[in-house]
Design a protein around this ligand. Structure first.
Ligand code: BYC
Length: 469
């Protein structure tokens, strides 16, 4: 029996809108059966020490307790209304919209559906990982991420049901019908169809792909469509934990490798991940995640900005908000070489957001490099490949570049591919390390223990309890 809607925490006064309530009541059991079918496999009856958002107030959004995942209270939260004005684009200074303006309906629906689609996709991608967790702490963390992606899906489905009538309801149903990685009904964006079948990939995904989520949500948090802005602002508070899981997860893999190297040992012989394999995983997941920002020059992006639907990262802190009369310089491949192009700034909004993303990724890589040095390794470092490397979206797709972004021939790329991107052997080796470690406080051979536990609990706390016999 599905939970009654009244038991779903919400601050949108659901019970006062009977039509909406009925529509969501019809969607809810389908969500739960989707969760049971393609959510975390083998752990649906376990008791997991989870954070549940019960309100948007500081003390309400981080309530910790043991929960069985299908009973997690997926709530609908929007930050409170304020007297905001549209902060950028052609409608700058006008009051924000509380309803969808007819002329922006299609664009908004498309943005919301694209955002929404990534949430269930990531749960599907990660569904088998519980079986090979490197520690109980990590097991709990992946489940936390999974239930919150489920909540983010609820957040977007609420917007579709509330503001897009029948079309919105159909889109909400489609969100449960598509499946990551399938040929006939794949997820919308390419990265969300990639398999994630080992924990190094999961940490890379949470580091690089979830970080696209941070920047896209931050751009939507500026939206002139206020319900979207208020929803995404609250989602960002949860997103921070996902990024922590990714960044610190990779850091612990680097730390284990670094400590072994500093002790004169071969990480491979000690069942850890060698540095060159870590680098190839970075190259792969960073380049894949760069694609999620869309093409470098995009009329969609220009339209989204002009119409006030999607701003820049921290738009409210910038000095100029129309993007008019300004240009952006970039190098694109043309006729077999790179040529400099100067495009109107509005058309480069995807690239502007990607710039912020790259800076944030570099900060995390700098931290991993400090970990290498702290363990006693000099002269070794990890790095981000150039943003032209291994792209499948935008003008660089179809051309070949090395890690420094130099244009090369396909033959040259092929000759170096095994140095630059994970090989079948790398993937097999990483998979061979994936044995479950579930004794509280113990960790797998390939990763350092976490620095501290969750919510003030010790690292050896029993974060996941098996179902009662
Ligand atoms: N894969 O004008 P263009 C997250 C399509 S992650 C496949 O260059 P645009 C999360 C594009 O749709 C954040 N197709 O790009 C993370 C268009 O198609 P049409 C998710 C792609 O439209 C981890 C064509 O190529 N949120 O939250 O300016 C776990 C030309 O497009 C891709 C959002 O994405 C791709 N990678 O920008 C859980 C925010 N890229 O028109 C969650 C909403 C582009 O030819 N989405 N295309 O049919 C958007 O703002 C935009 O749709 C995009 C693309 C930034 C994705």
């Amino acid at each position: 029996m599905a939970q009654s809607l009244e038991s779903i925490p919400n601050n949108v006064d659901l019970s006062s809108d009977r039509r909406l309530q009925r529509a969501l009541e019809q969607w809810q059991p389908n969500f739960l059966s989707w969760w049971k079918d393609v959510g975390p496999e083998g752990f649906q009856a376990h008791q997991v020490y989870l954070r549940t958002a019960v309100s948007v107030e500081t003390e309400g959004w981080a309530h910790f307790d043991y929960v069985r995942m299908p009973e997690y209270r997926w709530g609908i939260f929007l930050e409170p209304k304020s007297e905001r004005k549209i902060g950028f684009g052609d409608h700058i200074g006008q009051p924000v919209w509380e309803e969808v303006p007819g002329e922006h309906r299609n664009a908004l629906r498309r943005i919301i559906v694209t955002q929404a689609d990534t949430e269930p996709a990531s749960v599907e991608q990660q569904r088998l990982l519980g079986r090979t967790c490197p520690s109980m702490y990590d097991l709990r963390n992946i489940f936390q991420v999974n239930v919150e992606e489920g909540r983010h899906l609820w957040a977007m489905v609420y917007l579709l049901h509330r503001f897009f009538g029948r079309d919105g309801r159909e889109e909400a149903d489609e969100l449960l019908a598509r499946r990551s990685g399938t040929g006939d009904k794949p997820r919308i964006l390419n990265t969300f169809n990639e398999p994630i079948d080992d924990w190094l990939s999961f940490f890379m995904f949470a580091m690089f792909t979830d970080r696209d989520g941070k920047f896209q949500l931050a751009a939507l948090a500026q939206s002139g469509f206020d319900p979207l802005a208020r929803t995404t602002r609250f989602m960002l508070t949860e997103e921070a934990h996902h990024l922590f899981v990714g960044e610190s997860g990779v850091d612990r893999v680097v730390q284990r490798c670094a400590e072994l190297m500093a002790a004169g040992k071969d990480p491979r012989k000690e069942h850890a991940v060698p540095l060159d394999v870590i680098q190839r995983y970075i190259n792969f997941w960073f380049s894949l995640s760069l694609d999620l920002f869309g093409g470098e020059v995009s009329s969609n992006a220009a339209d989204f900005f002009a119409s006030g639907l999607k701003g820049r990262f921290r738009e409210d802190t910038l000095e100029e908000h129309t993007g008019m009369g300004q240009t952006y310089k970039l190098e694109v491949p043309e006729g077999g070489k790179l040529v400099e192009q100067e495009v109107p700034l509005r058309n480069a909004m995807n690239e502007v957001l990607r710039d912020e993303y790259v800076k944030d990724c570099q900060r995390a890589v700098d931290r991993w490099n400090k970990t290498l040095v702290r363990a006693g390794n000099r002269g070794l470092s990890l790095f981000l490949p150039h943003r032209r490397f291994h792209r499948a979206v935008g003008p660089c797709a179809g051309s070949f570049f090395d890690l420094q972004g130099r244009m090369i021939s396909e033959a040259e790329f092929k000759a170096h591919e095994a140095e630059w991107l994970p090989t079948a052997e790398d993937r097999e080796y990483v998979k061979s390390l994936m044995h479950p470690v579930v004794d509280p406080g113990k960790v797998a051979s390939w990763i350092a223990p976490p620095a501290k536990g969750i919510n003030g609990m010790p690292v050896e706390y029993e974060y996941v309890k098996p179902p009662a016999a």
